[in-house]
Design a binder for this molecule. Sequence first.
Ligand SMILES: Nc1ncnc2c1ncn2[C@@H]1O[C@H](COP(=O)(O)OP(=O)(O)OP(=O)(O)O)[C@@H](O)[C@H]1O
Length: 259
Amino acid sequence: MSKRIETTDLNVYYGNFRAVEDVTITIEPRAVTAFIGPSGCGKSTFLRTLNRMHEVIPGAHVEGEVLLDGENLYGPGVDPVRVRRQVGMVFQRPNPFPTMSIKENVLAGIRLNNKRMPKDDQDALVESSLRGANLWEEVKNRLELPGSGLSGGQQQRLCIARAIAMSPEVLLMDEPCSALDPISTLAIEDLIAELKQKYTIVIVTHNMQQAARVSDTTAFFNIAGTGAPGKLIEVGPTDKIFSAPDVQATEDYISGRFG
Ligand SMILES: Nc1ncnc2c1ncn2[C@@H]1O[C@H](COP(=O)(O)OP(=O)(O)OP(=O)(O)O)[C@@H](O)[C@H]1O
């Protein structure tokens, strides 16, 4: 279920502007990898290349390969819709479909993919996905009510349940807690620790303590100045990056000297 991601010299563009330069990284399965770095260094841009979401922006493109267990996601004939099923994504702001019930939200991806499913199977998938997102006990008696009636933290777990329902191999999370209060943030962090037993997880975070708490590996991105491309400066075990990084810029960022 969980797969390894590898990129080699990946360059990411918005039109002529190269936003991210030459990223070579291996992201291990059944582990959490955190992307950290100052604003504008390309963390989110790079993250979106891992499930072919980057190219939905007009003029945006990628040079290089992203391998998922050896398969190039940018190879000829690869269907980006299939890639986005395999590599799920959770965004900064919880974005349940507001007019849909909790249950319909969980099933939304399946329905969008035109998968027909007997009602019993649907119910089982809704329950297992909501359990997987640590939300079942809180919502099991109101599955038919709108997802938008949940708290922010519950909505984010609903979005995670919606992603899990697609049986992805990888979960990408772009600052999933930045709109949440501390209690909801801890609930999501606990959930991430559980999810990594099954999935490859990549999380973009501005919160250094969060990166230290949840991730096994940390990748530090940086940018030389406005208009310059973002680069991967250093990647390694989170303990090492936070205690004895190899590069001075990493240490400066972690210790709050810039960014
Ligand atoms: N849709 C877009 N069109 C053109 N340029 C973009 C677009 N989105 C981002 N960029 C540019 O790409 C660069 C990287 O942005 P990105 O959002 O990936 O950085 P980030 O590290 O995730 O920043 P933050 O931490 O502030 O979210 C920036 O220079 C940004 O202005």
